[in-house]
Design a protein around this ligand. Structure first.
Ligand SMILES: O=C(O)CCC(=O)C(=O)O
Ligand SMILES: [Fe+2]
Length: 235
């Protein structure tokens, strides 16, 4: 775990922030080894770990299933949340400044959670998602309440040859312009950093915001599992 947080601190955060500007997402090198990914994926079967399970088709969210972890989170999930957050908060505060927003995000994840809990958002949001052949995840935003930290992370747990299709896809809704799409070439053990709701966009007239949504195209064969790390908690 110490190793993971050191690896996260050692990332080129300037380049990751630049990639978020240019492409709307950033992708880290492989940070979790195959064993760690498999261990996380295996937690899916451990009922006691989760506070709720969502069958996507039932809500029109897509097809497939996901489960929200209960507190206390698995050590690895907790470590990812804690280690990624300060770097993302730095980017988020830059975004606030560009967009002229009053949101100032605290430096530690503990402080963000204290804020969420004080404002009626006490339930953990990290989740495991499982897609089988034919499953997909419709375009959406992970808001969960009035406090929504602007960036989130997706960790690919499945080996690269475990599935085909199933592309993590982002759509940027640019005001008065055509929408832009990007497919994130995420592989096992990599972490994708993506906007939760809005992203600043620079045009000839200065900074404005684009609405972002993400989803997953249909898994054509095999099984695909991811870990979603959202930093705000849910109401
Ligand atoms: O499975 C994926 O790649 C995306 C999952 C997702 O929607 C999320 O983590 O919020
Ligand atoms: Fe999501």
């Amino acid at each position: 775990m110490e190793h993971l947080s050191q690896a996260i601190s050692a990332l080129d955060w300037r380049a990751l922030a630049q990639s978020l500007d240019d492409l709307g997402y950033a992708l880290t090198p492989r940070l979790l080894d195959a064993e760690t990914c498999a261990a996380l994926a295996a937690l899916y079967a451990d009922d006691g770990r989760f506070r709720s399970t969502v069958t996507m088709a039932r809500h029109g969210f897509g097809k497939g299933e996901y489960r929200y972890f209960a507190y206390p989170l698995p050590v690895m999930v907790q470590a990812l949340r804690t280690a990624l957050y300060p770097h993302l908060a730095h980017i988020a505060n830059e975004w606030s400044e560009r967009l002229g927003l009053s949101d100032i995000w605290p430096n530690t994840h503990e402080a963000l959670l204290a804020r969420c809990h004080a404002f009626g958002q006490p339930r953990p949001t990290p989740l495991l998602l499982r897609y089988r052949t034919g499953d997909y995840n419709c375009l959406h935003q992970d808001l969960y309440g009035p406090i929504h930290f602007p960036l989130q992370a997706v960790v690919m747990l499945s080996p690269d040859d475990a599935y085909t299709g199933g592309a993590l896809t982002l759509v940027e809704n640019r005001p008065r312009m055509q929408s832009r799409v990007e497919v994130v070439p995420i592989r096992q053990g990599q972490i994708a950093l993506i906007p939760v709701r809005d992203k600043p966009r620079l045009s000839s007239t200065g900074w404005s915001k684009s609405a972002m949504r993400h989803g997953v195209s249909t898994v054509l064969s095999g099984e695909r599992q991811t870990l979603g790390v959202i930093f705000h908690d849910a109401s």
